[in-house]
Design a protein around this ligand. Structure first.
Ligand SMILES: [Zn+2]
Length: 484
């Protein structure tokens, strides 16, 4: 099937960089983009008229936990543990996580994909669905919903254990456990990579830098070289992790990834903000190595996932500073709401605040991170841009809405003004998944009801799973007291 799009603007790639094509035409033939330009005279099965719209490459979310992230909404806001430098890891997040029943993961996974698609996101690097739903079901849902997904099995041979109420430390399990998980992860990739009409991209997911031993990190590196697949790890994600890595290895998380060999151009690091030199760490880069330089030299990607950290008063020090060092930076969601437009806006504003500068986190930089940066992260030259031969993953956003008028520069408006309701079409692999703002592959009304009911159950089970047996209103107080 061929689809033609006539739009007021197309953000098109000229082989070197993105350009703004006025009154442009994009032609899709099957799964790929056949033509980008001004005039097209060939025969087309279906035309989409987009007279007030901009066509962009679909956004690539490089960090999400689809089967669990929705639980965060209406709960983790305004909460955290001061003793853990405001992080929710190990505190309310673990109580919430343990309160999810196996059947809840199914509802959350579908909802996450719906949230992401409606925000113009066409590809997600997703961590968790395979482990919580089982490989077959995870792949089936991705196939049915129509997203492109980077997926894999989790790999770890360590756990965080609380000591003396506040102190989180890593406890190491049998190394065989991690190696068995790596074997399972390899089997997943060999079986499912390329499934769902090529939309499934197999990856290796060593969980976190401080829960995967040196030996296991080296084994993952060897396997990734053999399989030539993306790898993703959590590192530089909270102060406690940074301090524990210094205590365990006398190395920063990034230095350790470099030491084990995991730090290479196929590695996507969520969230990579806790680097030597970050003001919250009081750990200057004085060791002779420099986290920024190690990242830049390796070609690894830092997935900037601003919202979850902004909510804790933490932040990546500057999006632009990473780019200026030559580090590839992409954008992800991690928490709920899973909304790439919102994350892009937060990434821009965080950077401006970090640098005390209006020039930092420009719309151009942030848009490129959410598209080109994401494609580089997962090693795909045929995604993240609108050019002949690329896969047809496209988002069409209306620029004449209450959010977006007046529009002179659609890139600035996407980053600074647009919201989900402006996203009229989302096309993945040449298939229309969102049309006139409605998802075609999911019953949204039914899904909304299921998510509300499911999450009410999760909140009710908090006391069974909180380490101090607190109930949900104690862990996350309501904004206003009830009127009894
Ligand atoms: Zn994560």
């Amino acid at each position: 099937m061929s689809i033609g799009i006539k739009a007021k603007w197309v953000i098109a790639f000229d082989g070197q960089e993105n350009r703004l094509l006025r009154d442009g035409v994009v032609i899709i033939e099957g799964q790929r983009i056949e033509f980008v330009g001004k005039n097209y005279t060939g025969k087309i099965d279906r035309w989409i008229e987009a007279p007030t719209h901009v066509v962009t490459a679909g956004f690539i979310c490089t960090h999400t936990h689809a089967s669990s992230a929705p639980k965060d909404k209406s709960f983790i806001d305004d909460t955290g543990a001061p003793s853990l430098y405001m992080s929710s890891l190990g505190e309310n997040l673990s109580a919430l996580g343990k309160s999810i029943k196996p059947e809840d993961y199914h509802v959350f996974a579908k909802y996450s994909m719906a949230e992401l698609l409606r925000s113009g996101c066409t590809t997600m690097l997703e961590i968790g669905m395979v482990g919580t739903l089982g490989a077959e079901t995870a792949v089936k849902y991705i196939d049915e919903v129509g997203m492109r997904a980077v997926e894999g099995e989790g790999i770890s041979d360590g756990r965080w254990v609380r000591h003396q109420e506040a102190n989180f430390m890593t406890v190491w399990d049998d190394p065989e456990k991690g190696l068995k998980q790596l074997e399972k992860a390899e089997k997943f990739i060999k079986k499912y990579d390329g499934e769902a009409n090529g939309r499934l991209i197999g990856a290796l997911y060593p969980s976190t830098v401080d829960q995967v031993s040196m030996g296991l990190q080296k084994a993952v590196r060897e396997k990734a070289d053999e399989l030539k697949c993306p790898v993703s790890v959590h590192a530089g994600q909270w102060v406690v992790e940074f301090q524990n890595m210094i205590r365990m290895y006398k190395k920063t998380p990034i230095e350790f990834l470099h030491h084990t060999g995991l730090l290479r151009d196929d590695l996507v690091i969520g969230h990579g903000w806790a680097l030597a030199g970050h003001p919250l760490l009081a750990y200057p880069p004085v060791q002779g190595t420099n986290d920024y330089e190690l990242l830049a030299k390796s070609g690894a990607t830092v997935s900037h996932d601003p919202l979850v950290f902004i909510k804790r008063g933490n932040k990546m020090h500057s999006h632009s500073k990473y780019l200026a060092h030559g580090i590839n930076v992409s954008i992800g969601c991690d928490t709920s709401p899973q909304d790439m437009l919102n994350e892009m806006r937060m990434a821009s504003y965080t950077s401006k605040l970090a640098d005390w500068s209006c020039f930092s986190g420009s719309a151009r930089e942030i848009f490129n991170s959410a598209t080109l940066g994401g494609a580089t992260a997962i090693g795909r030259d045929d995604l993240g841009k609108i050019a002949k031969g690329c896969l047809a993953d496209l988002t069409i956003i209306n620029m004449e809405t209450i959010n977006n008028v007046p529009c002179r520069d659609p890139v600035k408006n996407i980053v600074n003004a647009s919201s989900r309701s402006d996203v009229d079409y989302v096309i993945v692999n040449g298939e229309i998944i969102v049309e006139n703002g409605k998802l075609l592959t999911i019953d949204e009304e039914e899904l909304v009801k299921q998510v509300q009911k499911t999450t009410e159950g999760v909140w009710n089970r908090i006391p069974e799973n909180h380490y101090l047996k607190q109930h949900s209103d104690e862990v996350s107080p309501q904004s206003f007291k009830p009127w009894d």
